[in-house]
Design a binder for this molecule. Structure first.
Ligand code: CUA
Length: 181
């Protein structure tokens, strides 16, 4: 058969399947299945992809909740960059709210090692990326949605939050801070 001429038999699905072709289809299918089950097992055993609960919210609703927690649990003020931030120390098992916006993460959060908290995240404007350094935790922060992550810090220290979703001219200055005592 020539590659230039049209095929004499136009109904391709009536052609018998070549053995090599069949082998490749089987290999591809098996690989797809491996990849599919990897996603599930990595989620459970990989200890990297966090399960987040996500709810619809509005800026007003979220800000009100965040402000209430900040008012109740601020332990001190701290200068970070050229701004003052409240340092919020929530009780064990408590909810703590973080706001991503152009161009910072507000407020500073202080947690205790080996205690569990519910960390809420949202954005006030555009998409931001919550990237916790030096650990490898990344969460998309989408405006209009409240993401809730259960966190149990197992290491004490000072952690930085950097934005890993390009969000404009000040993207590289969008930093935040979490203390673990
Ligand atoms: Cu926020 Cu980049």
């Amino acid at each position: 058969m020539s590659a230039i001429l049209p095929p004499s038999e136009r109904l391709w699905w009536k052609h018998p399947l070549d053995r090599v072709e069949g082998t490749w289809i089987v290999i591809a299918l098996i690989w797809c299945l491996i990849m599919f089950f990897m996603m599930i097992s990595w989620h459970i055993y990989g200890k990297q992809n966090l399960s987040t609960e996500t709810y619809k919210t509005t800026r007003e609703m979220y800000s009100a909740k965040a402000q209430a927690v900040v008012d109740k649990y601020t332990v001190r003020q701290e200068k970070y960059g050229d701004k003052e931030y409240p340092v919020v120390h929530p009780p064990e098992g408590g909810d703590v709210y973080l706001i991503g916006r152009l161009w910072d993460w507000w407020p500073i959060i202080e947690l205790e090692k080996d205690k569990t908290y519910r960390l809420h995240l949202t954005s006030m404007d555009y998409n931001h990326g919550f990237s916790l350094q030096p650990t490898n935790i990344n969460i998309q922060v989408v405006p209009g949605y409240e993401h809730v992550v259960k966190v149990t810090p197992n290491q004490s220290g000072t952690f930085s939050i950097v934005c890993n979703e390009y969000c404009g001219i000040g993207h590289h200055t969008m930093l935040g801070r979490i203390y673990v005592k």
